[in-house]
Design a protein around this ligand. Structure first.
Ligand code: 5GP
Length: 118
């Protein structure tokens, strides 16, 4: 279980205290362009709920987790990258390379991705 800092960058983005380029929003999720894109399309899909890492998802979040993935799928379709393909990534904690401790799904596309990751 991670402590949730209500003043993390993504919490501020959800509250509109920091500007972001919105791609999609509903009552459960918010999607916006990454400020430092690692691919031609790099969008972050985040729950509005205060969840710090993937470790903090619970049984109660099952529907929310589905919402996050279906939002990514829909955005990929709208951006025209579904057929070529894309990558979805949740970084978790230090070894996973997580820098912002509000859970977020990276949607990366528009170029071929390498495997394995570094
Ligand atoms: P992590 O390493 O935690 O998985 O990913 C954090 C992501 O958030 C990074 O890709 C980084 O570029 C992005 N990011 C950090 N600060 C901001 C910000 O203020 N605005 C936006 N749009 N993205 C941010």
């Amino acid at each position: 279980m991670s402590t949730y800092d209500p003043d993390n960058i993504f919490a501020k983005i959800i509250r509109g205290e920091i500007p972001s380029k919105k791609v999609f929003e509903n009552e459960k999720v918010y999607a916006f362009e990454d400020i430092n894109p690692q691919a031609p399309i790099h969008i972050l899909i985040i729950p509005k709920a205060e969840i710090a890492t993937v470790n903090d998802f619970t049984e109660e979040n099952k529907e929310l987790i589905g919402e996050i993935f279906l939002t990514a799928q829909q955005i990929a379709k709208e951006k025209g990258i579904s057929e070529d393909g894309y990558r979805l990534v949740f970084n978790c904690n230090r070894y996973g390379g997580q820098e912002v401790y509000h859970a977020h799904l990276h949607l990366l596309g528009g170029r071929p991705m390498k495997w394995p990751p570094g």
